[in-house]
Design a protein around this ligand. Structure first.
Ligand SMILES: [Zn+2]
Length: 312
């Protein structure tokens, strides 16, 4: 385990917030979440170092599951019914692309490449690439004719000022060398290029309600627990201008947090078994809970946020 300074203000003084555990892979261990006394960033500290963290990314890790069929279905639905898609889409409804010519796109932490495949179907003319730390994923993507490279984000294999958009869905909170990675993203983007990313929102009511059982904590993989304010500070520190923060319309992490809470409670086994089945997220739940998702989004209380930032 390693103790770290605050990546935003370099402070080394923290206040204790809570103790949590790995609720996803159930690997043993307790982890502290602390708050920086300088800038109020929440972080996991101490945290597993670069070698220790590997065991928390087992083969069964969900973003490592390729599902290109689903990606194509989503892309085709998006093309055929753009209006419906814009109402029900939880995170990717971002029309930042229509006003200018797009050539080169990179997704950081592309995992099994499901989003890359969706983009490839939507925009066949784009030059799309991805980087990830998983060799298995990269080899798989190469076999499927997608430009993919092994990279831990401190060394992205693209030229200076060569990319129009860098996407990073739920990635930054996993990155050990955070400032280095953001500077590297800054380097490869063209002037006024877009960094479009998402992170869990630790300023949400979900975190206040579920505390150590909040799905968005994902300990110890999530090294930072951003709020709209702290992610803005971090990006601005690294020469990005935050243009927009979108409060995602998606209730899924409430269901996951509820499931974690029941799992960690003293409820009888059969209750846990039933809740695991009943609370498994699906499109029907998404549609039924959409009014609540819209309300939470309106109140800026969603469990996940999308940030659109421009390179200064
Ligand atoms: Zn700080």
């Amino acid at each position: 385990m390693e103790k770290v300074r605050c990546p935003i203000c370099n402070n080394h003084k923290f206040t204790h917030i809570l103790i949590g555990q790995d609720n996803i892979n159930k690997i043993q261990g307790k982890f502290n979440i602390v708050k920086c006394t300088g800038c109020h960033l929440l972080l996991t500290n101490p945290r597993p170092n670069l070698i220790e963290i590997k065991k928390y990314y087992p083969i069964k890790y969900i973003p490592y599951h390729p599902d290109f069929k689903k990606s194509v279905t989503i892309a085709n639905f998006r093309l055929k019914y753009p209006l419906i898609y814009s109402i029900i889409d939880p995170q990717h409804n971002i029309n930042l692309l229509t006003h200018k010519k797009i050539n080169n796109i990179l997704e950081i932490g592309c995992g099994a490449g499901n989003y890359l495949y969706e983009l490839k179907t939507l925009y066949p003319n784009w030059n799309i690439s991805g980087v990830d730390i998983s060799e298995t994923n990269i080899n798989y993507l190469k076999k499927n004719n997608i430009n993919a490279y092994l990279s831990n984000l401190t060394n992205i294999p693209h030229k200076d000022s060569s990319l129009d958009i860098v996407y990073g869905w739920m990635v930054l909170e996993h990155v050990h060398e955070l400032n280095k990675a953001i500077l590297e993203i800054h380097r490869v983007l063209k002037n006024n290029g877009i960094f479009c990313l998402s992170v869990p929102n630790a300023a949400s009511w979900e975190f206040k309600l579920f505390k150590e059982n909040w799905h968005g904590l994902h300990l110890p993989n999530h090294l930072y627990h951003f709020t709209p304010k702290s992610i803005t500070m971090l990006l601005e520190k690294n020469n990005f201008y935050v243009k927009k923060i979108i409060f995602q319309k998606n209730f899924s992490s409430v269901f996951s947090s509820l499931s974690v809470s029941i799992e960690n409670s003293s409820s009888p086994k059969f209750i846990k078994k039933i809740s695991r089945k009943v609370l498994k997220w699906n499109i029907f739940y998404h549609l039924v809970t959409l009014p609540f998702s819209y309300l939470l989004s309106f109140l800026k209380q969603s469990g996940r946020i999308t940030i659109i930032a421009y390179k200064k």
